[in-house]
Design a protein around this ligand. Structure first.
Ligand SMILES: C[S@@+](CC[C@H](N)C(=O)[O-])C[C@H]1O[C@@H](n2cnc3c(N)ncnc32)[C@H](O)[C@@H]1O
Length: 327
């Protein structure tokens, strides 16, 4: 499996500078916040992999069952002899494998381009998916659209974009339309996308998924403070912050916070300054927006796609929605 890191020679310095700017901006904001994309350093990607197989975390299990069910149906919609499957934010790829195998079983040659900001995600992926005569893999370590731009220059076949695991839920209603329209711009007529949407459901089910009984989500969120300590010379004491995951019914979103348990100053050497936390002051980390079917129709219409079909798991906790590009 070939791994391409976009801008490799500049990557370390550039990425660190961007991280420090985002941390500075986030901790100066009111309320304080940190961008969720920084969860996925090597340790974060490994903790996330554990979360996905935890009993309380229904999304991965639900989506896995959907994909197991539809993997033989997708090749009946995309009938070309060779296709390019491009996945945004691939993670460990264990769900991608179902889709890829579905096409291979139907005799289709697949060129797989997984894109992920996390290098560790590609190491995990390498364990799950192997190249053969019917499957070539070029993994791209980059942000979503940098990776897509690179793939566009190499890809010659019809494309199926995978955006699984409710990554789309991290965007608010304005951001998601911008993201999907930008995606539309990179695609051609007859290309398809398969997007995972986590659905609105019993609030207790949501709460236990984002506050799992083994504290994996807590560790995952706190790891962002460890990353700031390691990469930017911070002095966060993890015992002085509490993970808090809650559902905001007005927004229709799960929200994650880290709450300061006391009055404290956090010094970050790289930023040459300290940040004051009042007792119980929060850092907002993540939104995970939940959907109903109407929202999906609205989004696809607004951004230039046609919904071919929504595929559900048996509990209707999750849907993978197959869209066709309209041009
Ligand atoms: C919630 S995990 C989902 C992984 C996988 N799609 C799944 O369904 O299990 C999000 C993944 O997207 C990646 N990611 C997050 N923001 C990204 C960005 N802006 N560009 C590229 N990858 C990103 C993370 O590194 C992580 O592997």
């Amino acid at each position: 499996m070939k791994i391409t890191v976009i801008g490799e020679e500049l990557k370390n310095n550039d990425a660190l500078e961007q991280f420090s700017i985002d941390v500075l901006t986030g901790l100066c904001s009111k309320p304080k916040m940190l961008p969720a994309k920084y969860f996925y350093d090597d340790i974060g990607s490994k903790i996330f992999q554990k979360i996905t197989s935890h009993n309380d975390y229904y999304p991965t299990r639900s989506e896995f069952n959907i994909l197991k069910d539809i993997c033989s149906k997708l090749p009946k919609v995309l009938t070309d002899e060779e296709i390019d499957i491009i996945e945004l934010g691939v993670g460990d790829g264990h769900k991608s494998k179902l889709v890829i195998d579905g096409f291979k079983d139907a005799g289709t040659k697949v060129n797989f381009y997984p894109i992920d900001i996390s290098r560790e995600a590609m190491n995990l992926l390498k364990e799950n998916i192997k190249e053969d005569d019917q499957l070539s893999i070029e993994a791209i370590v980059s942000e979503y659209f940098q990776g897509l731009k690179y793939v566009r220059e190499h890809s010659k076949n019809k494309k199926l974009i995978l955006f699984l695991g409710s990554n789309v839920g991290n965007f608010n209603i304005v951001q998601v339309q911008g993201f999907l329209r930008r995606l539309w711009l990179t695609l051609g007529k007859e290309d398809h996308v398969l997007i995972g949407f986590d659905l609105k459901k019993d609030i207790n089910k949501l709460l236990s998924a984002y506050n799992d009984s083994d504290g994996l989500t807590r560790d995952f969120n706190l790891n962002l403070l460890t990353r700031i300590n390691r990469e930017l010379g911070g002095n966060f004491d993890l015992d002085k912050f509490q993970h808090f995951g809650t559902y905001n019914p007005s927004l229709g979103a799960m929200e994650s916070y880290l709450v300061s348990l006391e009055d404290q100053d956090i010094k970050i050497d790289e930023l040459e300054r300290s940040f004051h936390f009042k007792p119980y002051e929060a850092i907002h980390l993540e939104y995970s927006f939940k959907y109903i079917e109407n929202d999906i129709d609205f989004l696809s219409e607004k951004t230039g796609f046609e919904v071919i079909k929504n595929y559900y798991d048996e509990n209707k906790y999750f849907t993978d929605s197959l869209w066709k590009v309209l041009k």
